[in-house]
Write a protein that binds this ligand. Structure first.
Ligand code: FAD
Length: 414
């Protein structure tokens, strides 16, 4: 039985031998992926080590302390990889999973549609069989990083005669093909993290179905649980990171040049580093003696530590209620709102101006503008509470049409 100390020593020795800042990002990620340390929680036959959460944490921390960059950022690593581990075919585990872990592919999540967000199972994007391929037509929205992704986790309706949860299939989708148009959506942060994706007659092969025909809902739930559990943990370790896939053009960069660049896909909240950062800012601006601010900072620090433990618990196999990922996600939304509140109390009127020359370098303003996002994506706060109510506490379900009503007979959004 390996101890945390054994693992730290083992990873440190491995890094001594293998980390070299002069490797390209692609070379380093390939070495990391093949070693099992890119995704140590995955089973050994799917590029992992089968480690429990405390050992995974030790691996990530050792990589970070050594000053090496961690595994690829983004939704492929966070969402598609665990979905392939749970539902993928042998070929997908052997080839496609490796291409996520070594950063060759970047993935986006093609779930939400204009008429299907909270009620995702109402999605209307169609997949129609054509020989050993499927023809896809529909519209997706809020697709984060679609403009940087060459692959997509696509949910499409393959059997409208079946009830809405049963006729959905999960596809591995090629984003760089005719019939795919990506239009960026500008957010109030000034950036365009997410996009509309219009799909008109694009194609997917049979062998790119993940989890079986008409069984997409089960695979989608694995993705959503990974999303909820993964949020708020501040990325996947490492002293820096880069964005995967051919479009971001990081693969040929020198790995060492990415040390110090931490990406959480633009969706984090500064992880556990946020409280110490705000404490420092309060000290610099002479606000650290204000009793209200002190109280809020103490609460923020405590909640961040609790949030980290909840997120770790949510990722562990031995969950106690099944609602841990939902609780972890709700905590993260609360945390971000508290960061926004106390951050603005610290910087005062500076909060009205965007700019790196303001105290804190503009981080508080960034958090303020992004803070509504996390309580929406991955399922809104209300949806998390519904899930906890119905699936964990056993409360009655929301009224609605009978579960076995065929999708084609439902009222729109019914
Ligand atoms: C920053 C960001 C990034 C995103 N990235 C992606 C992505 O990469 N891929 C992707 O597929 N999607 C993405 N999304 C979309 C996200 O998953 C949806 O916005 C979300 O599921 C809500 O759906 P909706 O916007 O259609 O709102 P709606 O479902 O229309 O909800 C509107 C309001 O009604 C409430 N509501 C709805 N149903 C219920 C109910 N049953 N009980 C109580 N209240 C209810 C909601 O809580 C919300 O307040 C992203 C969203 C954001 C903000």
């Amino acid at each position: 039985m390996l101890s945390i100390e054994d693992v730290r020593a083992e990873v440190e020795a491995w890094l001594e031998e293998n980390w070299n800042p002069d490797l390209t990002v692609a070379e380093w990620w390939d070495i990391l992926a093949r070693s099992g340390y890119a995704a140590p929680s995955f089973p050994e036959d799917t590029w992992g080590k089968g480690y429990p959460r405390d050992l995974v944490f030790a691996v990530n921390e050792t990589i970070s302390q050594h000053g090496a960059i961690g595994p690829p950022a983004g939704l492929g690593y966070l969402l598609a990889a665990p979905t392939i581990v749970a539902h993928g075919s042998e070929r997908q585990k052997e080839e496609d999973l490796l291409r996520i872990l070594n950063g060759q592919d970047a993935w986006c999540q093609l779930f939400s549609e204009p008429g299907a967000g909270s009620d995702l199972a109402s999605l209307g994007t169609k997949a129609v069989k054509d020989g050993d391929e499927w023809i896809i037509t529909g519209q997706k929205v809020w697709t984060s990083t679609a403009q940087l992704s060459n692959k997509g986790m696509l949910l499409a309706r393959t059997a409208p005669d079946l009830p809405k949860h049963k006729g959905i299939t999960y596809f591995e989708f090629d984003m760089q093909q005719p019939g795919v148009e990506i239009r960026p959506l500008r957010e109030m942060t000034g950036r365009a993290l997410f996009n509309e994706v219009f799909i008109d007659g694009a194609r997917v092969r049979d062998e790119d179905i993940i989890g079986g025909l008409n069984n997409g809902w089960a695979a989608a739930n694995t993705t959503l649980m990974a999303e909820r559990a993964g949020l708020g943990t501040g990325g996947s370790g490492g002293a820096g990171n880069a964005f995967p896939g051919p479009l971001a053009k990081h693969l040929d960069n020198r790995a060492g040049d990415h040390v110090g660049q931490v990406r959480t896909g633009g969706t984090g909240g500064g992880g556990v580093a946020a409280a110490p950062r705000l404490i420092k800012l309060a000290q610099q601006l002479g606000k650290s003696t204000d009793p209200t601010i002190r109280q809020k900072l103490a609460k923020l620090f405590t909640m961040q530590q609790l949030g980290r433990y909840s997120a770790l618990r949510a990722k562990s196999p031995g969950q106690r209620t099944g609602g841990e990922p939902n609780i972890a996600k709700l905590m993260m939304s609360d945390l971000l709102r508290l960061q926004r509140e106390v951050g603005n109390e610290i910087i005062g009127a500076h909060g009205m101006v965007m700019g790196t020359e303001t105290p804190g370098g503009g981080t508080v303003q960034e958090i303020t503008l992004f803070s509504p996002g996390p309580s929406i994506y991955g399922g809104t706060d209300q949806v998390q509470r519904n899930i906890i109510g119905e699936r964990v506490l056993g409360l009655p379900k929301e009224p609605g049409p009978a579960k076995d009503t065929p999708f084609k007979d439902l009222l729109v959004n019914g």
